[in-house]
Design a protein around this ligand. Structure first.
Ligand code: GLA
Length: 390
């Protein structure tokens, strides 16, 4: 955390919620956004995902206040929220990512007393880089420290996911919260989303770079469409399970089974994506190890095709971005995250991104009237305590 972020946070905290007897010391935490190299829309189907944390972070200053109140301030929205109990806020949606954590902590019997929290960050919102999961995991971790919970990083991820599922209302899988909780610098994690077993892998392709193009599309149907996809996956799973009881998740199915399980045309397409993604994820992880960038890129294109046609979570703008970069002979490109807008991940030879992007942004603006952005990133560390005043 730079000195200026730390100063900004603590000045705001003392300014908005002035010092008084009973306040605890200020502590600082931060949580990253994430990219996902491969394994998209499979983390609620027991699939294999390969995400990493990036060097875009949300920063928190927090202290106990001894008042029995939750006092929150978002520096980015310049907005304050004070409550005694974690009740969903329609007016201040940003507060729900924190209140949801408190609500889930109560369910688990974890101690939460009054606290003050101020936060700010540079993870682009609505870009598919998990800015919300960063707030949830950052809050969970910070509360676990100031209230001395005995909890592992894996359990922190599950609590943060439950906040999103039960309080915010998005039925997301475990990928985002998990990688934000456990990530290490320079490494992706390969995570089996059924068993939650995971391992760290270098992301190192000398001579090549990954970067992100933000479509700047924030799709309003994103959350309901996401929940719909999840329901289709669940209904397809239960049909497969009826025929083959050993199949507990859609990732355990196979093509002959999904053909005879009586799936609707939509369910069949979703299942086709999940099975295809299983072999693409294995192939990408192997190819990264072999430093075979061409193969990684090929699978990224093929993943996008499947997300667009089978899973139907792309949109005109992200399809355009992928095709545009393909026509410029990059190695690979695909939409990442929940979809319906957000970012496209590009893999290309080092050194071409600036000139390609300046050509691209003009054409993109002409076609859609939108300002695209480029984000270069490095692989970063998961949630952490940055420093403390104690
Ligand atoms: C969002 C969700 C994740 C995952 C991705 C798609 O980021 O939060 O759980 O489902 O979409 O892979």
């Amino acid at each position: 955390m730079t000195l200026s972020i730390r100063e900004n946070l603590s000045t705001s905290l003392s300014h908005i919620f002035p010092d008084a007897p009973g306040l605890g010391p200020i502590r600082f935490f931060s949580a990253p956004g994430r990219v996902n190299i491969i394994g998209e829309h499979v983390d609620y189907a027991g699939g294999l995902v390969f995400p990493a944390a990036i060097d875009f972070r949300t920063h928190f200053a927090i202290r106990t206040n001894g008042l029995g109140l939750i006092r929150l301030y978002s520096l980015d929205f310049q907005s304050e929220f004070v409550t005694k109990d974690p009740i969903y806020s329609v007016e201040k949606p940003w507060a729900n990512y924190i209140l949801g954590v408190v609500s889930e902590a109560h369910k688990l019997g974890l101690k939460v007393e009054g606290f003050d929290l101020v936060f700010t960050g540079n993870i682009p919102q609505g870009a598919g880089l998990s800015s919300s999961a960063a707030v949830e995991v950052g809050t969970t971790f910070a509360l676990s420290k100031i209230f001395s919970w005995d909890i592992t990083k894996e359990k922190i991820a599950l609590l943060a996911q439950a906040a999103e599922n039960h309080f915010v209302g998005v039925n997301c899988g475990i990928m985002d919260q998990f990688v934000i909780a456990v990530a290490k610098p320079s490494s992706c994690i390969s995570l089996n989303t059924e068993s939650l077993e995971y391992s760290y892998h270098d992301l190192d392709l000398p001579g090549y770079e990954f970067y992100l193009i933000d479509s700047n599309v924030k799709h309003s149907l994103k959350e309901s469409e996401y929940n719909d996809r999840r329901k289709e996956v669940e209904s397809a799973t239960s049909k497969c399970n009826k025929l083959s009881p050993e199949v507990q998740t859609l990732s355990q199915a196979n093509f002959p089974l999904i053909e005879k399980a009586g799936l609707t045309p939509s369910e069949f397409k979703r299942a086709t994506h999940i099975l295809g993604e299983r072999s693409r994820a294995q192939n990408v992880i192997r190819s990264l190890k072999d430093k075979n960038a061409e193969m990684v890129g090929k699978e990224l294109f093929s993943c996008h095709e499947s997300l667009s046609k089978n899973f139907q979570v792309s949109c005109e703008e992200t399809d355009f971005i992928v095709e545009w970069f393909r026509s410029e002979n990059v190695l690979g490109a695909r939409m990442i995250g929940g979809g319906f807008g957000g970012c496209v991940l590009v893999l290309d030879k080092d050194g071409r991104s600036s000139s390609l992007f300046s050509k691209f942004e003009k054409e993109y603006f002409q076609k859609f009237g939108l300002n695209a952005k480029i984000y270069r990133f490095s692989i970063s560390e998961g949630v952490r305590e940055d420093s403390s005043d104690r």
